[in-house]
Design a protein around this ligand. Structure first.
Ligand code: NAI
Length: 332
């Protein structure tokens, strides 16, 4: 099986090659993203592997079909960037990596909370300049605070475990409740109750039509003044412009983002010498109470190994016609 690996960085190449014991999977690595401009690179391959910002829409899928690609092995959990219905119609199988390491993302969400709360991002620079003043660095105790977790799947549960360990009260919302929340001493509540009561709200649901811009003027107006919002899920869950309005008014007191709706134009690349053509993003970076990371929640050695292992297993399952619950096309 000849596989074209898109959006590949040296660390992807390293881990995939390390885990690839199987001689019949030949991997070729392309730094470029998959899009209508780069889809011609798939000629001569049977399979492709993609990541979060590859655009696998109708046009690209038709081109992949013409190029005899029968399988797409995503190296991520979320699959909002693939038109599964069209893939299914064309007989292209799509696999994902559902649970490579929920702790990696959950722990990153907690890192954002801790940074925003104890202001280590500001303290780091101050101390470098021999400025040991504590003015403006006051935090709060997490113990006793109410944390709202939206989406209690694998990552949401891993996050909830950490937060209850800090002594936080746990309020959750999910369309499919999970008994582990109750075992942790948390409770499910209506979304409006969560908005009203939570000091910290962390998003762990997928991006769907129902969750698109979940954080907007209307939901923000129901929240506590000074609420902390953490998004390590998908950028489209937050309406960035409306979040900025809420930062100006003080409704949002802290904002931690590992994902951004327009991140496809920015993330995973060194843009330090370029003028970023996104004024909303640029404006967001100017707030002292906003911390943005470039979609690195998943980026731990444990997670990368699991991603590589599962991606190769998915390709091998497809080749051997083995049924798999990581195959997504049956969802349509
Ligand atoms: P999961 O599938 O285990 O859990 C998602 C949960 O969200 C499920 O319990 C589901 O019922 C719930 N949900 C679905 N629609 C909902 C709605 N309208 N309102 C509330 N809850 C809803 O997924 P997992 O592994 O926990 O991942 C969650 C998300 O994290 C992924 O969809 C992905 O977007 C994001 N992610 C981000 C990474 C990063 O590096 N920052 C890495 C991996 C995943």
């Amino acid at each position: 099986m000849k596989v074209a690996v898109f959006s590949s960085k040296p660390y992807d190449e390293h881990t995939l090659n390390k885990e690839n014991y199987c001689n019949d999977i030949q991997l070729s690595f392309f730094e470029s993203r998959l899009s209508k401009e780069t889809v011609s690179l798939t000629k001569g391959f049977n399979a492709i592997s993609c990541f979060v910002n590859d655009k696998i829409n109708k046009e690209v899928l038709h081109q992949l079909h013409e190029n005899h690609i029968t399988v797409i092995a995503l190296r991520c959990t979320g699959f909002n960037n693939v038109d599964l219905e069209v893939a299914n119609q064309l007989g292209i199988r799509v696999y994902h990596v559902p649970d490579y390491s929920p702790e990696s993302v959950a722990e990153h969400a907690v890192a954002l909370i801790m940074t925003l709360n104890r202001k280590t991002h500001r303290a780091y620079h101050r101390v470098k300049e021999s400025n040991f003043s504590l003015e403006g660095l006051m935090g709060f105790n997490l113990s006793g605070k109410t944390v709202g977790c939206i989406g209690t799947g694998r990552i949401g549960i891993a996050f909830s475990k950490i937060m209850t360990g800090f002594g936080c009260e746990l309020l959750c919302y999910d369309v499919e409740p999970n008994h582990e929340v109750i075992d942790l001493g948390g409770q499910y509540v209506e979304l409006d109750t969560l908005y009203k009561k939570a000091d910290i709200i962390s998003l762990h649901c997928p991006l769907t039509n129902d969750t698109n811009h979940l954080i907007n003027h209307s939901s923000l107006s129901k929240m506590r003044d000074g609420v902390m919002i953490i998004n390590t899920s998908r950028g489209g869950l937050v309406n960035a412009q409306e979040a900025i309005d809420a930062l100006y008014s003080g409704k949002i007191g802290y904002l931690g983002l590992d994902v951004y709706e327009q991140e496809g134009e920015l993330f995973f690349e060194d843009m330090s010498g370029k003028i970023i053509q996104d004024s909303v993003f640029q404006l967001m970076l100017t707030f002292p109470n906003v911390v943005v990371t470039g979609h690195q929640g998943y980026f731990t050695d444990t997670a990368l190994s699991h991603i590589a292992q599962t991606t190769l297993e998915n390709l091998s399952d497809h080749k051997n016609n083995k049924p798999s619950n990581r195959q997504l096309t049956h969802l349509t």
